[in-house]
Design a protein. Structure first.
Length: 263
């Protein structure tokens, strides 16, 4: 896959060969950095998915997130999915009903579902906590995977599920499992760029690993902003800005002619 963008077939072919890397990114700078670093897959939500983001993402496989709640009907999702693919998306993420997943798959759109902790539906599993820590819950996660398979999905995000449960499910499914807090046996390891970069404020999930301290750097830059703005205000207040070098000159003769012509 070196030098070219992977296809769904390429992603599937890597199951059991090596683990993929996946990041959720929100800016062109993050997408470009991920591409330069050799990240395999990106998740980018539809509102920020643009031709500029496609260009920044380079050879990364991009899953475009279709927003649950803003889209409602299967037709809404189909229109949004086709729009995402026209820009250059490689697959779409859909947290809607199995009927909607099926409609997308029937139309030939590569679609990724979601099992385990599904943030938009977390009320059904007790909030933002691990799912699958009992036999019944684990079987329910497996049933979700099977249902997505039957609906025609090619992959599923599997979020905050015990690693041993994820491992057994991975043995029994054809779906590409994109693991977020699901241990080392999923097909991809998926993190949010803001967690990786140390930008997260407030709660950070257990599975997140921080590789940089952008929060401290942003705080340093914010201090620099404040100091620069304070200095600008002082200059205006004491009359040192604007200085002669900041002013557009005019020849005396031209200015005199201007004054003469004024009413």
């Amino acid at each position: 896959m070196t030098g070219k963008r992977p296809t769904v077939a390429d992603i599937r072919a890597l199951r059991g060969v090596r683990q993929l890397t996946m990041l959720y990114v929100e800016t062109a700078e993050e997408a470009a950095a991920a591409a330069a670093a050799g990240i395999d897959m990106l998740s980018i939500i539809a509102p920020v998915w643009t031709p500029e983001m496609r260009a920044a993402a380079g050879s990364c496989f991009v899953q475009v997130g279709l927003l649950y709640g803003e889209l409602v009907t299967a037709e809404d999702y189909l229109r949004a999915a086709h729009a995402a693919l026209r820009i250059g998306g490689d697959a779409v993420y859909c947290a809607a009903s199995l009927n909607t997943v099926r409609a997308l798959a029937d139309d030939g759109i590569p679609v990724v579902g979601h099992v385990g902790l599904i943030p938009s539906k977390a009320t059904w599993t007790g909030g933002f906590r691990a799912v699958g820590k009992t036999a019944d819950q684990a079987l329910a996660v497996f049933a979700q995977v099977r249902a997505l398979e039957d609906a025609g999905a090619f992959g599923a995000e599997i979020e905050v599920v015990p690693d041993r449960v994820a491992a057994e499910i991975a043995k029994r499914t054809s779906l590409v499992l994109l693991g977020m807090g699901a241990g080392p046996h999923a097909d991809a390891q998926y993190l949010f760029a803001e967690d990786v970069l140390g930008c997260t404020r407030g709660h950070r999930p257990r599975h997140a690993k921080v590789y940089a301290d952008f929060a401290a750097e942003y705080a340093r830059l914010q201090t620099l902003r404040e100091r620069a703005f304070e200095a600008f205000k002082r200059d205006v207040d004491d009359g040192t800005y604007p200085a002669p070098q900041h002013i557009v000159p005019i020849e005396d003769a031209e200015f005199d002619a201007f004054l003469t012509a004024l009413p």
